[in-house]
Design a protein around this ligand. Sequence first.
Ligand code: C2E
Ligand code: MG
Ligand code: MG
Ligand code: MG
Length: 287
Amino acid sequence: RAKTEGPGRWAVYEPHRNEQQVARYWLSTAMPAALERDEFVVEFQPLVGLTDGTVRGAEALVRWRHRELGLLSPKRFVGLAEETGAIVPIGRRVLQLACRQAARWPGSGRQPASWGPYVSVNLAVRQFRDPGLVDDVVRVLEETGLPAGRLQLELAAGTVTTLNTAPLERLAALGVRLAVDDVSAGWSQLSLLRELPVDVLKLSGSLVQRLAGTDRSAVDDQIIESLVGLSHALGLQVVAEGIESVEQRDRLRELGCDTGQGWYFAPALGPEEFIRYLPDSPAIAAR
Ligand code: C2E
Ligand code: MG
Ligand code: MG
Ligand code: MG
């Protein structure tokens, strides 16, 4: 006891914490220049229909191609960017890159404009609070030619209660779809699904990975089943993310989930790789 609470503990702990703070500070001050140099890139993780196995679209996931540190995961920098506000211009760039790619995906032209693969983009709370958000979305859709119906925006389940509904209503009126991301067993704001113009509920990987695992229980199935039932009753689609095995996929299909996402299908792919993954792509048709 004396050892963990004695002065020696601080001698070890403090420098470590300071190092982390320095690293965080250093990363956060590097963001504006990194944005100028176009170091933020987007990868696309396929969203797959669970009943027919077709690719419905992709989630756009940001990465930072850092000059010294290599490809950084959003877990390393998105939280920091939210703290400093840098997430607003970074998120604007992600939206632009994501829509630009989606506008060139094969399969887009041959069906009515609202069909074709869609792209789902994560939005931080800071972006939602930014009064320019809706105008940014309108401008990016115009610039890229992507129909609004092929853009989906994801809001983290833990933050939806703090959001002003006016921009959500305006986005919905444009035809943009809204998804509540990372819904897990503890989410208690289910009534919001009726009050907000939400189209999609995304079940978190943590919930999905308990299915068909060693510590599975009937309760996990029932939680998912009731979330799916409620969503469908309200006219929402359900996407299950973090699917890693065929057992999970099968169980989610049985429980009524519409769409799946996860390493079982594919990891996040580079823009060209994702195009090759699409069934309508010329690369596949030529085989
Ligand atoms: P998210 O929106 O829930 O995205 C899903 C995350 O799960 C991604 O991590 C994805 O790579 C990962 N994943 C996919 N399949 C599997 C699987 O089968 N198993 C497991 N264990 N994980 C899987 P990633 O790309 O590291 O992104 C992490 C989080 O960072 C995202 O979670 C999202 O909250 C945030 N994020 C990513 N891109 C953006 C962005 O452009 N803007 C904002 N604001 N946040 C972003
Ligand atoms: Mg997401
Ligand atoms: Mg997700
Ligand atoms: Mg998620």
